[in-house]
Design a protein around this ligand. Structure first.
Ligand SMILES: *Cc1c(COP(=O)(O)O)cnc(C)c1O
Length: 334
């Protein structure tokens, strides 16, 4: 039985072409700056996203942490969404390791932060307060694409208030493909961007932080400090280069599959949120555990939550989505 794993787009296996690229990678010791493939990936992604420099790191969590720590000093503050990965899902790293205070705010329905609320949260220059230093956005945010006009507003707003602007762009390529624009149209508004190669792009490991020369030099020092300096990492960077070359435009297939899944589940009677990219959220109430077990017997891996997240990716085909819809329909009849 072939497994259909919808828990996340992190579960993809490297394709044959990707493995070949990895096996043929030229490598060196990247802590000495001598891995030609890592250097190529960093230069390539910086260029693609319109930045002066970039840094290859083992995970998106580290990439965001280094970005926040490169912008903020001890006692500074970053403003961030309550459900943002950089606040809720990274072990409190910015606070624990960076001594940076988070100021979380509720996201709006479209995945943006209301700039009037952000303005109200900025602390005056007064020694009672942490120093508000940075605004962190996320795109896509639970599958939602931030409007380009909002990004321009956020850029103007942060300039006006003297804040830096960081993007957790774990899935920024999903956003770009959805909008049908070059990813730069999104990233040009930010001082720094973290991109995951290991999500929908399909690489086994790795994220990249992009920013100015100065910011990335600082992040490079911090990467060593937190233990993220890797040696012959070109094997991994080669997978990232392959993904950027061959597996960006195909994200549109994942988005089409997500829509197909959502439509099928709605038809089967489930309440499903509108889909923009590769994430489908369905309300399954208190049957989450039963559904997970039922699906599991049919080779379908799901999480277990009343608001169930299903993520499409390059290892899930259109035919498999149809199988999933059939299984959900059968479950709802029982
Ligand atoms: C996955 C993810 C990260 C972190 O990436 P890891 O490689 O899992 O550490 C950061 N932000 C968002 C939005 C993510 O989905």
């Amino acid at each position: 039985m072939s497994v259909i794993d919808l828990r996340s787009d992190t579960v993809t296996q490297p394709s044959a072409g990707m493995l070949e690229a990895m096996a043929g990678a030229r490598t060196g010791d990247d802590v000495y700056g001598e891995d030609p493939t890592v250097n190529q990936l960093e230069a390539d992604l910086a260029q693609r996203l319109g930045f002066a420099a970039a840094l290859f790191v083992p995970s998106g969590t580290m990439s965001n942490l280094l970005g926040l720590m490169a912008h903020c000093e001890r006692g500074d503050e970053y403003i961030v969404g309550q459900q943002a990965h950089t606040y809720k899902y990274e072990g409190g790293g910015a606070a624990v390791l960076g001594s940076i205070q988070p100021q979380p705010l509720e996201f709006q329905d479209d995945g943006s932060l209301d700039l009037a609320q952000v303005a109200a949260a900025i602390k005056p220059d007064d020694f009672h307060f942490a120093r508000s230093r940075l605004l962190a956005l996320e795109n896509t945010m639970q599958g939602k694409v931030l409007p380009l006009a909002y990004l321009a507003q956020a850029r103007a707003f942060t300039r006006e208030h003297g804040l830096a602007l960081h993007l957790d762009g774990a899935r920024v390529y999903n956003a770009a493909v959805k909008l049908g624009v070059d990813a730069r149209e999104i990233t040009r508004h930010f001082d720094s961007v973290s991109v995951c190669l290991s999500k929908g792009l399909g690489a086994p490991v790795g994220s990249v932080l992009c920013g100015s020369e100065q910011l990335i030099a600082k992040a490079r020092r911090l990467r060593k400090m937190v233990g993220g300096g890797m040696r012959q990492a070109g094997i991994l960077a080669a997978a990232g280069l392959y993904a950027l070359e061959h597996q960006v435009q195909r994200l549109a297939d994942d988005h089409a599959n997500a829509r197909l899944l959502a439509d099928g589940l709605r038809e089967a009677g489930y309440s499903v949120e509108p889909v923009q990219t590769n994430m489908v959220y369905a309300q399954v109430g208190d049957r989450a555990e039963a559904l997970k077990a039922f699906a599991g017997e049919r080779g379908i891996r799901l999480g277990a939550a009343s608001r169930l997240r299903m993520v499409t990716h390059l290892d899930v085909s259109r035919a498999q989505i149809e199988q999933v819809v059939d299984a959900f329909a059968e479950f709802s009849r029982n």
